[in-house]
Design a protein around this ligand. Structure first.
Ligand SMILES: [Zn+2]
Length: 363
């Protein structure tokens, strides 16, 4: 069942449109990366003839999850309980991967991995919040993940993986779109576009945040912005990202650690700071939609041309979808026709399922 989000509007102070941010949406600043051909309709047809189990892994900033996914007749079925390990800085991730390697070796399961960070030529580059894992991978395995996971056949950036599973799922539901725009607002902020049967990864989360969209004046620079972009600006992710931005800022404002769940509760109870943080993040998401829409000439709001798909923990916070809808209405002057949550079209772990599909296509 596809549920479109057309919830009631709440008149709130969404930040005004920032031209300063919109002009940042260039191919150069976004460090675009194109995938090999990916036509969701063809992929669905292929998957409809498959009945096999794959190991999907979702490697995020604060936890890593592995699941056996049976792909059968185009559906993604969970075979077993998830294996999950929470972590800071990616500590213990390689031990976890050894466990997963043992299972996938014993059961001969092809492995696909989704990675929450920038990639180059199928290899994770680095991620500020997983440095312990990268150091260990470098010293023990010369940086080769496939030496830890012998059955690893595919590694995708998380936005790309998520776009793979959700575009196929929408096709499965009979929704035929020409373009897809996927925005992840979870621990961080990521976005990818599917156009002309190509998935284009972007580093939208690391664009420079203008002061108008930085209400609590965050003045930090993330490692990705520093290393990948050789820039020294505060990026959108450090303001709008769930862990990297909202939780950190709230913890500073309140002088104690505030988790995302607590922050969402506070916003629901009307706490002004919490609401301001979320509404500002919704405004940033609105800019990402408009900025990428402009750059790729995506026909936004035209029925059955572009699907806008939202994913990530922040998207589930009370009121957030409505604030996003408000931001879109404010910046575009109208509602979007085709807005989806991955949780309503695939499972809560669309990245992991996308990684399993990618493994199926690569194996
Ligand atoms: Zn950054």
């Amino acid at each position: 069942m596809v549920r479109e989000r057309t919830g009631p509007s709440t008149p709130m102070e969404i930040p005004p449109l920032s031209q300063e941010l919109l002009v940042e949406f260039t191919s150069e600043s976004l460090i675009l990366s194109a995938s090999s051909r990916f036509d969701p309709k063809k992929v669905l047809r292929h998957l409809q003839g498959v009945d096999r189990v794959y190991m999907g892994i979702d490697m995020g900033g604060d936890k890593i999850t592995a699941r056996k996914v049976r792909i059968r007749q185009g559906e993604f079925l969970q075979e077993d309980d998830d294996l999950v390990q929470k972590s800071q800085n990616g500590e213990g991730y390689l031990d976890f991967l050894h466990q997963v390697a043992e299972i996938s070796n014993n059961e001969r399961l092809p492995v696909g991995l989704s990675f929450a960070g920038p990639m180059e030529e199928g290899k994770p580059q680095h991620a500020a919040n997983m440095m312990a894992m990268f150091r260990e991978l470098q010293t023990e395995y010369s940086g080769h993940l496939e030496r830890v996971l012998p059955r690893l056949v595919s590694v995708k950036n998380d936005a790309t993986a998520c776009l793979i599973s959700s575009s196929v799922a929408l096709c499965r539901e009979g929704r035929d779109f020409e373009n897809f725009l996927l925005i992840i607002l979870g621990g961080g902020l990521g976005a990818a576009v599917l156009q002309d049967d190509k998935i284009i990864g972007t580093e939208a989360g690391h664009l420079k945040v203008p002061d108008d969209l930085n209400p609590f004046q965050v003045r930090e620079i993330c490692e990705t912005t520093k290393e990948l972009q050789s820039k020294s600006h505060t990026c959108l992710e450090l303001v709008a990202g769930g862990v990297a931005g909202l939780e950190k800022t709230a913890s500073k404002v309140y002088g104690k650690r505030v988790t995302g769940i607590e922050l969402a509760k506070m916003a629901a109870q009307g706490d002004e700071t919490a609401k301001r943080l979320y509404m500002n993040a919704a405004g940033i998401v609105g800019h990402v939609i408009l900025g990428l829409g402009n750059l790729f000439s995506l026909p936004l709001g035209e029925r059955d041309h572009t699907a806008v798909v939202f994913h990530g923990g922040v998207q589930k916070a009370f009121g957030f979808p409505e604030w996003e809808a408000d931001a879109i209405r404010k910046y575009l002057g109208r509602d979007l026709d085709n807005v989806f949550q991955t949780t309503s079209i695939v499972s809560s772990n669309a990245c992991l399922e996308g990684a399993a599909v990618a493994a199926c296509l690569a194996a």
